[in-house]
Design a protein around this ligand. Structure first.
Ligand code: FE2
Length: 363
């Protein structure tokens, strides 16, 4: 299968992987030829790229790094927290909140276990989602990215469990922000942005006042938009005044925001998302932490068509454990000629070879 930009799709082509809703249910099945209407719908819903079946890349399979069932459970647990908050009756609200926070902790620990037992570089681009409520899946994605960064910088399992809980709940304050601002396609006005920024303080206050929620989780909600150079919010604090976990979540948050499908802009590919982080390295974000993050995630997703510095072209076919930017490539074109028999090379074994560009055309 091959990763292709939605703009370059022509009717008749078949999806190689289903399109899912945010809860992991199938919206469009794999194997069905796409019509122009479906392609347009996908564009309208913000889908940037999809996996298509392609006879030259049939052998390439893209598996989810995190089991869909676990992801589904994680989404549900975050959603339950948000639902509990809606309850008008205070006693019911507090009781439900406590219960849903417990569930978040439990699932957070399962995510940590999953990460600890999995040495693969993390890729969340392995499944294509359409979101109705972006906050839930964003919370889960941020948790997964934060955990893989935490693991890469050597956090212990108990520390990762605390980080996981903080990350799952980092945006909980958004529940108290009006829906029309939260889901507004496009840029917020100054006034709206001022209100949006309050989700940090709201989240902090909410978590701080709920029994059995750690102060650390509250701190993550409070500080995840702070930046090393003091340019963040709500307090504009700097460097060591920002908790390590908040710094980790900040990186995971920005990365997921720019690499996720949204209605109002295209998602970036992983290596493009990393460039955004590197633009803030040393000022907004810790440079060493961004490098660690780069090592932890799949820089080039499986199915991506790439050109190497010796002009050979092919599709990323397999990841290399622990070497996020040196995947296997199934070479399909050499000296401007399409090969009858594509062959695979391992970039780990060829240190002089580099990926110089990528292409998302259907061809
Ligand atoms: Fe946030």
């Amino acid at each position: 299968m091959k990763l292709v930009a939605i703009q370059s799709l022509s009717p008749g082509v078949c999806l190689a992987k289903p399109i899912l809703d945010e809860a992991g249910n199938t919206l469009i099945n794999a194997g069905i030829p796409l019509t122009e209407t479906i392609i347009n719908r996908l564009k309208q819903r913000g889908v940037t790229f999809v996996y298509i079946g392609d006879k030259r890349t049939n052998d390439i399979v893209v598996n989810s790094t995190i089991p869909l069932s676990l992801r589904k459970k994680a989404m549900k647990s975050v959603e339950d927290v948000f639902q509990s908050l809606q309850k008008k009756h205070k006693k019911t609200r507090v009781a439900l909140l406590e219960q849903s926070f417990r569930e978040v902790h439990k699932i957070g620990n399962q995510l940590v276990d999953e990460m600890m037992n999995n040495d693969d570089v993390l890729s969340l681009l392995t499944d294509v989602y359409i979101y109705d409520n972006y906050v839930f899946s964003h919370s889960v994605n941020v948790t997964l990215y934060a955990l893989s960064l935490g693991k890469e910088i050597g956090l212990t399992q108990p520390a990762l469990e605390k980080l996981g809980a903080g990350a799952m709940l980092h945006d909980v304050g958004k529940m108290l922000i009006p829906q029309d601002i939260l889901n507004k396609p496009g840029k917020l006005t100054d006034e709206e942005f001022k209100l949006m920024k309050k989700h940090t303080t709201y989240g902090y206050e909410l978590l701080r006042s709920t029994p059995n929620v750690s102060m650390l989780s509250a701190t993550c909600a409070y500080q995840h938009h702070e930046r090393l150079d003091g340019s963040g919010y709500p307090l504009g604090i700097k460097e060591e005044r920002i908790h390590l976990f908040s710094k980790i979540i900040a990186i995971a948050d920005v990365y997921d925001a720019v690499t996720s499908n949204r209605v109002y802009r295209s998602a970036l590919l992983p290596h493009e998302g990393l460039e955004i982080l590197y633009a803030g390295a040393g000022s907004q974000f810790d440079r060493d932490m961004i490098s660690a993050f780069r090592r932890a995630i799949a820089v080039y997703p499986i199915g991506l068509f790439v050109t190497l510095n010796d002009q050979r072209k092919g599709v990323v076919s397999k990841q290399n454990k622990g070497l996020s930017d040196r995947p296997y490539i199934l070479i399909q074109e050499e000296e401007d000629r399409i090969l009858d028999k594509p062959y695979e090379i391992d970039l780990k074994e060829s240190p002089t070879l580099m990926i110089i560009s990528s292409d998302l055309k259907q061809t």
